[in-house]
Design a protein around this ligand. Sequence first.
Ligand SMILES: Cc1cc2nc3c(=O)[nH]c(=O)nc-3n(C[C@H](O)[C@H](O)[C@H](O)COP(=O)(O)OP(=O)(O)OC[C@H]3O[C@@H](n4cnc5c(N)ncnc54)[C@H](O)[C@@H]3O)c2cc1C
Length: 432
Amino acid sequence: MTIKERNYWLDTVAEPAAGATGALPDKVDVAVVGGGLCGLSAARVLAQRGVRVTLFEAESLGWGASCRNGGMVLTGMKLPVPTLIKRYGREVVQRMYAASLESIDLVERIVNEEGIDCDFSRCGHLEVACKQAHFDDYAAAAARIKNEFQHELRIIPKNALQSEIGSPIYFGGMVDESSASVNPARYVNGLAKAAQRHGACLFDHTRVTSVSSQPNGASGSFRVETTRGTLTAKEVFLASGAYTSEATPTLRRKVIPIGSYIIATEVLPEALAAEVSPRNRMIYDSKHFLYYYRLTPDNRMLFGGRAAFFPESESMVRESAELLRQGMIQVYPQLRDTKVHYVWGGTLDFAMDVMPHAGKIEGMYFAVGFAGHGVAAATWMGAKLAGVICGDPDDNPFSGIPFPAAPLGLRSGNTWALPLAGAYYKVLDWLT
Ligand SMILES: Cc1cc2nc3c(=O)[nH]c(=O)nc-3n(C[C@H](O)[C@H](O)[C@H](O)COP(=O)(O)OP(=O)(O)OC[C@H]3O[C@@H](n4cnc5c(N)ncnc54)[C@H](O)[C@@H]3O)c2cc1C
C-alpha cells in the first residue's frame, strides 16, 4: 500500500461542519480571524453570550494545526518551573499552572456539554527520559510542582517502566494522570458545530486580507476586508496561530512557525498495541528535538516529531515518512515490520520566549504561542478572551507578560534561520 500523504484524523470525521453561505453581514460585534481551536472556542462562548460573532477561516474549518495534531491534551507548560518563576514571579506562575489544569477540565466540559463524539479520555501522559541525567532531574521537578502547585506527578524508575511503555531505550519516566487524549479533528468539528448551534456565523474558505481601524477614528471599530467582501466589527479577535499572515503584520512578526510531522501506522493487533502502550498514555520524550507518540482509538501507532525546523512543506512531509518510521523503530523495535499508512505535517506557533501570549495588539484581541500545548491551551485562551470581550475581568495570567518579537530569520514569512535553530537544538540534545 502506498502511504497516504494525508491527515489520518480527517478520515475519521463523518460529517464535516459546513461553513456559512450567502452574503456577509454589514456589521458584527466581533470578527474572529482563524477557525482553529482558539477561534472556534471564542466564537462558541461569544455566541452563547448573545454576541453577534462572525468567524473567518481561509481554508476549511480546523484546517491549521488544530486538526493535524497528536490529540494530546496536556498539563503544564514548555518551560521548567524555576525558569518561569524567575521570569514572572511565583504568584503569576501559580495562576498559569492552574490555568493549564483548568484548560483540560474545560475541554472535558465542552465535550460533555456539547455531546462531541471525539474519544476524549483521561489517560494521562508519560514523559520518558532519553538520558540518565534527564531522569535524575525528574524527582526535583516533581517535588517542585507538588510544592508550588499541589499537583502530583509520579516518577517511574527504569525497572518499572515496562508497565507504562514497551520500549527498552529509556532511563525512566514521569506520569501526569491529569492529561487526556482526544481525536482532534472530531473535537474541532464538534466545536464548530456547537458554535454554529449557539448562533456563531462561520465562513470557511474566506481569507481576511486586511484589518484597519475605521478612518473616522472611532475606537473599537474595525474594517475587515475578506475575499468574500467587507464588514465592520466593533472588536477583532486574531486567532490565526502559526498561519498568521500579512493581513496582520504586527502580530505576524511575533510568531515563529515550526514544522512538525506525524505518521500513523496500520492498525496494530491488540496484543501488540497493549505491549507498546499498556496504559494508553500520551507519550513524549525528554529531548528538545522530541518524539511524541500514542495509540489512536483504533490502535494505530501515531508517531510525531520535528523532523525539520522549517514550516511544513510538501517535500518535508514526504521525507518525514521514512525519518519518523526510523525513529519509531528505534523506540519500538517490535514495529519494524509495521506498515506506515499515513503521513502529514503541520506548523506550530512558537513565541520567542516559548510562552503563550494573549491580550491586545493595535486594538485587536489576539492569542498565540501555544506551541505543542494548544489543544487544551488554545481552547482555554479562546474562551477566556471571549469572556473578557463580554466584560469579564481580565485575570488571564498570560496577558500582559512581555511579548518579544521574533528575530529576523525566524519569524513567519521570513524563516531562513530556522534550520540553524534546529541544528542548535540537535547539538544541545547531544550535549545535555
Ligand atoms: C503536527 C502537530 C502536532 C501537534 N501536537 C499537539 C498535541 O498533541 N497537543 C497539543 O496540545 N498541541 C499540539 N500541537 C499544537 C496545536 O495543534 C496548536 O497549538 C493549536 O491547534 C493552535 O490552535 P489555533 O486555533 O491557535 O491555530 P490553528 O489551528 O493553526 O488555526 C489558525 C487558523 O487561522 C487561519 N488563518 C490564518 N490567517 C488567516 C486569515 N488571514 N484569514 C482567515 N483565516 C486565517 C488558518 O488557515 C488556520 O486554520 C501540534 C501541532 C502540530 C502542527
